[in-house]
Every structure is written in C-alpha cells, then in structure tokens.
Design a protein around this ligand. Structure first.
Ligand code: GLU
Length: 378
C-alpha cells in the first residue's frame, strides 16, 4: 500500500493509564511508528485526545484530592482541565518525537474553522506548510474556547474533517476497541466486521448504544467519521491502539485486526464536503416521499411541490437540512428561498411561485448542484 498522507487519531483511553496520567511508554511507541512511516515518505498527522483527562490528573495532584468524575463535571471545569492538559500532551509528544528528530507542531481547531471558508483555507494552508516542512502536526479541538452548541466534542469527527481537508489517503482511528462488531438480537457482540464497502442501515444499527469508558466518542461517532472520510476519498480504519506495530501493519497493508472502511466510488468535491459537514444548518425543510426519492435516487432538485413545511429561520443562500416524513435528515443544501417564502410556496407548482410571492428567484427551492446527500442515524 502506498499511503502518501496519513492521519492518525488516538483516543483518550488509549493515551492515558487508569489514573488518567499520560502513558509515556505508549506515546514513545506511537512516535516510533510514526517516525518509521515518515521516513518512508508519508506525511503524518496526529489528532490527539487526552488533554482533559491528563489535565484532571495533574489538577488532582495539585490539590491532593480526586475531582468529581468527568461525566458529571461542568463544561467550564472540563475547559479548564483541557487548558492544563494540552501543554502536558505537547510536552509528551515533543519528547517522544524528538527522540527521532521529528519536529511536532500544535494545531488547535474548532468547528468554526471548518464552517467559514477563509478560516478553512487558512487552516489548510498552515497544515500544508507544516507537512511540506516535514513537521508532524498534532491536532486537538480547541476545547478552552469551543462553545458547547457547536463543539465537535469528540475527536473522531475532528480527525475525519482534518483527513478530508488535507485530502489524506488514510485515516486511522486508534481506540480501545478492535473495530466494528456485528451484534446478535440481544445486543451481544458476535463477529468483528473486517471490511465495509457501504455505510448502509445495517452498519449503523451495529453501532447503536456503544460507548467508550473515558473518551467521548463511541461507535456512532466513528461511523460519522467514516461517512466524512469515505465520501472524501479517504480509506478509514478502526483498530485497537495497543496492538504492537499496528500503524505499521495498517500502513503496509499487512494483515491486522480491525475494520477497514473503503472510500466511496464517487468522491465529493471540497465545496460539497463543506456543505455536507462544515457548515451548521440554519433550518430544515420537510419534504414528501416522492420528492425525497427524486433527490436521492435520481439526483434531482427540490421543487416547491415536494415541500410539506419548514422549521427554523433561514435566509436565501443559507444551509438547510432536508428531512423526510419521518423527520430524518437525508440531505443538505443552499436554499434559494427564505423560511418565510418556503412556507408560502410549500406544495405549489413551479408556475405558481410568482403568483404566491410576487416574484420568482428560481424554479427550484434548492438546485441539485447545491444539494448533497447525508446520512443520519434515526
Ligand atoms: N478534546 C478532548 C481532549 O483532548 C477529547 C475529545 C475526545 O474524547 O475525543 O481531552
């Protein structure tokens, strides 16, 4: 296998020991493996969790008593712990990669960095520059400033957005699970799924109800990451981070235990990826089954006739979600009409738009060039 650019996400439970302290022996092995791939010519990017937990452990040492469990901690407390933990994380990476003369750089990102075009381009340019200089960027969410409503919250999604932004070839999610498991009717894990070619309903069902003990992600967030990665042309692998030489095995296409998600045959262009995953939606339009079918199966535009109602307040050119009759989001697009206008033309024929509004901006509420299909678990 020839993976030119590799993004590796390491979860909190993989990076820290049972007390919450950073596991420096593990970080050293991570650096050794990354350095080997780097020497063979691959750009390496690390997306690292662990700041909040390592910060908490440090704080507990300062005050000499245990903090409340993180699952019950307030957001400001976690943000403060991230601020304490992030330099510890970087200190550990500097030392570990330094042993291989490999420079590292800290890059902290928020969701807004992916939503606004100029910030998105800035982030991409900086990362490209670092890679060109042979540096390994170590990325985390900027937890201390990320606002609750829009934070990624889990680094699985962030890592997939980074892999997409950088047009990486491979994204590896190193976790405390081996991969995606099939489950029986009682919800018990049965068999490890080795390869996924299409993220269909049966795959999403396998992920329901799974979670991690100390990190924030579960299998759902990993599948969301797989959706972003595979529609961006990136191969994604979930594997247990503690298996010896796991990065090497995956990068060299050797036999390893884990789940591989293959890229979708039709990769989305950057504009559509940005529409699908980068921008927050300002509202939603509910459509009937016929309109959904025409959009999903035939790649058609959304016309007023298929609209049932709308939700939220949005203006022309803003991003809206399309929901089907069961309320499930299946697409996103840039609307030609505001929420108020959509409410007035809902269900009418295209020829009636002008009569209802006194003007016509376009025949379509959303043109197919401005629509992208997305999957959401029900
Ligand atoms: N950004 C969080 C941290 O560094 C981790 C989020 C996650 O668990 O994925 O602690």
């Amino acid at each position: 296998m020839d993976y030119r650019r590799v993004v590796i996400k390491v979860g909190t439970s993989t990076l820290t020991d049972e007390t919450g302290a950073l596991d420096r022996v593990y970080i050293a092995s991570l650096a050794m493996q990354c350095a080997a791939e780097h020497r063979s010519g691959s750009d390496m990017v690390l997306v690292s969790s662990g700041a909040i937990r390592a910060g908490t452990e440090q704080w507990e040492n300062y005050v000499g008593q245990p903090a409340a469990p993180l699952s019950r901690a307030t957001i400001p407390f976690k943000q403060a712990m991230a601020a304490i933990g992030q330099p510890l994380l970087m200190q550990a990476y500097l030392a570990a990669f330094g042993a291989y003369d490999l420079p590292v750089a800290q890059v902290l990102l928020t969701r807004e960095d992916f939503g606004e075009r100029h910030r998105f381009l800035h982030a991409r340019n900086t990362l490209q520059q670092l890679l060109k200089m042979g540096v390994v960027p170590v990325i985390n969410e900027n937890d201390t400033v990320a606002t609750e409503e829009i934070r990624f919250g889990d680094n699985d999604t962030l890592a997939a957005m980074v892999a997409s932004l950088l047009d990486a070839d491979l994204l590896i999610l190193l976790s405390d699970v081996e991969g995606l498991y099939e489950r029986d009717e009682r919800g018990r894990y049965t068999r490890l799924v080795r390869e996924v070619h299409r993220l269909d309903e049966s795959i999403w069902r396998m992920a329901q109800g799974s979670g991690s003990r100390v990190g924030t992600g579960g299998m759902i967030t990993k599948l969301q990451a797989a959706q972003i990665a595979t529609t961006s042309g990136v191969t994604m692998v979930i594997a247990h981070g503690r298996h010896e030489g796991i990065i090497h095995h995956i990068c060299r296409g050797r036999d390893f235990v884990g789940t591989v998600f293959h890229p979708q045959p039709r990769k989305l262009c950057h504009r559509k990826r940005w529409l699908a995953y980068g921008l927050p939606a300002s509202g939603a339009i509910m459509v009937n089954e016929g309109a959904k079918q025409r959009i999903v199966a035939d790649g058609k535009s959304l016309l007023p006739a298929g609209v049932l109602s709308c939700e939220g307040h949005f203006l022309p050119q803003q991003v809206v979600e399309l929901r089907d009759e069961s309320g499930r989001v299946f697409a996103r697009g840039f609307t030609n009409y505001s929420s108020e206008e959509v409410a007035r033309i809902a269900g009418c024929q295209t020829a009636q738009i002008e009569q209802r509004l006194g003007f016509k901006r376009a025949d379509e509420i959303i043109h197919r060039d401005n629509l992208v299909l997305v999957y959401s678990a029900s």
